[in-house]
Design a protein around this ligand. Sequence first.
Ligand code: FES
Length: 192
Amino acid sequence: MAGGSTTTSAHAGSHGSSGGGDGASRRDFLALTGNALLAVGAGSVGYAFVDYMNPSADVLALASTEVDVSQVAPGMSITVTWRGKPVFIRHRTAEEIKAAETVNAKDLPDPAVDKDRVKKKELLVLVGVCTHLGCVPLGQKVGDLRGEFGGWFCPCHGSHYDTSGRIRKGPAPANLEVPAYDFVSDKVIRIG
Ligand code: FES
C-alpha cells in the first residue's frame, strides 16, 4: 500500500464513530491533507536546497578570478572557470574584429554593437553558456565547429554566435553574456 493510503487509514481510525455516510468525503479530505503535507515537505526541501545554493554576498564579492592573458596569441582562445561557469577569452584576429564591427546591430536578434562588448577590441571575454538552455557552445578548441558566423556554435539545438558572441541564428534568445571584468594591467584581467 502506498504512503498516502497509510496516512488516510490511520486518521480514519481515530474518527471511526462519525458514521459511514460521509466516509468517502472524509477520506478525500484526509487524502488531500496528506498530499498537502507532502507538498509542504517538498517545498521546504526545495527552499533549503535553493538557499544552500545561493552564496552570501561576501562570498560572491570574493569570487573574482585573475587571468594572465599575455600568452593568448591572436586566434587563440582559452577557457577559465569563474563562479562555476566557463568564461571564454578569445584574442580575436583582425578579420574576426572586422567581421564583428561591420554588422548592422539593428538587424540582429539581440541588437548590440561590438564596441560595447569589449574593453580592448582584440580581447573578447564571454560567459560560455548558451542563452537558450545552458549548454556550453563549441568554438574554443582548434577544430571545433564555430557555426556560420565564425564565433561559437551550440550543437544542442543549433545556435550560431558571431565573433562578438552575438546570437545570429538558432533558438538562443540573447547574446552570450559579457561578464564584469577589468584590466588589472596590460597582461592581466580580473573577472568579477
Ligand atoms: S542550449 Fe544552445 S541551442 Fe539550445
